[in-house]
Design a protein around this ligand. Sequence first.
Ligand SMILES: Cc1cc2nc3c(=O)[nH]c(=O)nc-3n(C[C@H](O)[C@H](O)[C@H](O)COP(=O)(O)OP(=O)(O)OC[C@H]3O[C@@H](n4cnc5c(N)ncnc54)[C@H](O)[C@@H]3O)c2cc1C
Length: 312
Amino acid sequence: MRRVVVVGAGLSGVACARELRAGGVDAVVLDRGRVPGGRMAARTLWDRRVDLGASYLTVSDPGFAAVVDDWAARGLAREWTDTFTALGDGRADSKDGPVRWGAPRGLRSLVEDLAADLTVERREVGSLDELEADAVVLAMPDPQARRLVGDHPVADVLDRAWEPVIAVAAWWADRTWDGASPTGRFDGAFVNDDPDVAWIADDGRRRGDDAPVLVAHSTPGRAARHLDDPAGAVPAVLDAVRRLLDVGEPEDVHVHRWTFARPTGRREESYALVEGDRLVGACGDGWGETPKVETAWLSGVRLGRALADRLR
Ligand SMILES: Cc1cc2nc3c(=O)[nH]c(=O)nc-3n(C[C@H](O)[C@H](O)[C@H](O)COP(=O)(O)OP(=O)(O)OC[C@H]3O[C@@H](n4cnc5c(N)ncnc54)[C@H](O)[C@@H]3O)c2cc1C
């Protein structure tokens, strides 16, 4: 049986490995993290899980819809909302959009579910040369993949720039911010033209337990100034949240740095598969039009199918 090593146990790597297995190819997944999930990250804070990376997922592809429906049927995913608030210029507007899905046990639990029958090992990979395999898949942001490839020709296509985000989770004793939304129910807010904060999610509402926990995502500019000291971003982010939602000091805060949160620019291709001294694939949410959870899944699935065809 041909063997593929997939580096990265985020959604794209796990989706790719499942597709390889379905195509009759042996696939092992390596990740430096303690658990699968990548940027669909959740951490236990204040006795419950808090999403610190992706805020929600949206669904348009029929194949991904089938996966999400299966999660929903088993209670792993839930429809959250189709209405957020847009804050800026002293105004609060209601903004309708597609249904956003959350996960009662955090978005990471969805990746863990798909990885359950795969072989996932904890290991930080430093170079392609360490890996014994017929082909290698790099399922991660371009800058992380570039570090591993040396002079393999795949380096030429790993050319997308990425920008950072700092996530600040905060817990209050009471929920006091529903009035910040024109509907009287606050689920989340896009923040326009603020130098420090771009998005605020209500973690209790998305999880369905109504815990008074908010997660604010910084602007890339604010994050870039604090990559060596993420805690240094907290005062500016919290000040903005307090001003925008008219809330007091939180009981506690937690900060998380995403050095490579999302790609900039555009890329149409949904994966890369490049010959060299061996076959190397690249997938992830940087491969496709919009960097989001669904794109990562599609990219992994498409690369897995193409690679299984090639190796059969
Ligand atoms: C702050 C933030 C907010 C977001 N909000 C949303 C949202 O609301 N909706 C949405 O749809 N999407 C959102 N996203 C994007 C979403 O999280 C991603 O699209 C998706 O999780 C990407 O999955 P991936 O598999 O491509 O990459 P990742 O999840 O980044 O997985 C890459 C994996 O590779 C591993 N890795 C890297 N280097 C190595 C190495 N050398 N050795 C071993 N392992 C390695 C990492 O540990 C990681 O687990 C957000 C992302 C961030 C950061």
